[in-house]
Design a protein around this ligand. Structure first.
Ligand SMILES: *Cc1c(COP(=O)(O)O)cnc(C)c1O
Length: 344
């Protein structure tokens, strides 16, 4: 892979903004370099632009060196950056495989970058022959999501491997739900695939959606591009502190919650299949279920009237009559089941 050929020329040439804290590397007691307020208190200082303490902790947990890690204001920032780093507006394209996560399309639309769509197959695996015939030189970035949102399935490892070996552009593999899956994911394979970017997030398994922290794992050369293009202080001090304590003190709790959610997912699936309104519960490796219903509108509205909001996916390709329900706590899941059982 020749990285220079994949990156937009203006980004390749870009001289990044160098913040005061970027240039400082050493020991000091008096900081008069960044126009901060000396009376401000605990949060008067700008945060570490490279989030070094946080990355060190992530490196330990994930067994990936810090220079292979990018942290952003949610995965959404990483998605936005990938599109802007690699795709020239009105010239290059991304490729997505609906039904999938909506932010890839939004990221491309905002950047005025074209979108090549190749539907997944009926079993939500990749349609390799359509994919291969849809790719040309203008497709710079190919998005994969595994476990996929909203379908819940893992993409077959063999298909992911085939794509990584065949595709000449950047492969973004979104693993937002990997902690709920029976699969190790791909970050241990980064050395083998210089064109691979793996996205993860603290929003799902870690239960920290509110702090907005997303991760990208990739070769150091690719991470350097992210660091060049990102806003200098893209992850604030509150978020960095919160995630550090979570990783240091709450990891066992997180693992426990993930296993409870996985258990609840299976219990909910079994119970739903007994309801006559349910046509099909798709197998899930994530923390949600995709369910095909008789009368999905009525199900959605009845739940809504009882104060339960779920996701309507009836207009999504291959998801006809489907609703997506996040696996909640036992009480929340029981409420969903009660409402459905009262409907029949
Ligand atoms: C929830 C989700 C994310 C997480 O996005 P954040 O911006 O990190 O909260 C990323 N990808 C997919 C597919 C998701 O469903």
């Amino acid at each position: 892979m020749n990285l220079e050929n994949l990156v937009r020329p203006n980004i390749w040439k870009l001289k990044p903004y160098s913040s005061a804290r970027h240039e400082f590397d050493g020991r000091a007691d008096v900081f008069l370099d960044a126009n901060e307020n000396p009376y401000g208190g605990a949060f008067s200082r700008y945060p570490d632009p490279l989030q070094r303490a946080v990355k060190q902790e992530i490196a330990k947990i994930k067994n990936v060196p810090p220079e292979c890690i990018f942290l952003g204001n949610g995965s959404d920032e990483a998605i936005d950056l990938v599109v802007r780093i690699f795709c020239d507006p009105r010239k290059d394209k991304i490729l997505i495989q609906p039904p999938t996560y909506g932010m890839y399309k939004v990221g491309a639309d905002v950047a005025d970058v074209g979108i090549q769509e190749v539907l997944l197959k009926d079993d939500f695996s990749i349609d390799m022959s359509s994919l291969k015939s849809s790719v040309d030189q203008t497709v710079k970035v190919l998005f994969l999501c595994s476990p996929n949102n909203p379908t819940g399935n893992l993409l077959p490892r063999q298909q992911i491997r085939e794509i990584l070996e065949w595709f000449g552009g950047i492969v973004v593999l979104d693993e937002a739900y990997i902690d709920f899956a029976n699969d190790p994911g791909w970050i241990s394979q980064l050395d083998d695939y210089p064109n691979l970017i793996v996205l993860q997030t603290f929003s799902k398994a870690w239960g920290l959606a509110g702090i907005r922290l997303g991760l990208a794992f990739a070769a150091p050369e690719v991470i350097a591009l992210f660091n060049k293009v990102k806003p200098p202080y893209n992850v604030n001090s509150l978020t960095q502190e919160k995630v550090l304590t979570a990783m240091q003190n709450q990891r066992e709790v997180m693992i426990q919650h993930v296993s409870e959610i996985r258990l609840e997912r299976e219990k909910l699936a079994v119970a739903l299949k007994l309801n006559p309104l349910v046509v099909r519960v798709y197998p899930s490796q994530a923390n949600f279920l995709l369910i095909q219903f008789e009368r999905p509108r009525e199900v959605f509205n009845t739940l809504k009237a009882r104060g339960v909001i779920i996701r309507d996916r009836t207009q999504t390709p291959l998801c006809e009559d489907c609703l997506r329900i996040t696996v909640g706590n036992p009480k929340e899941n029981q409420l969903v089941l009660n409402v459905l059982n009262q409907m029949r």
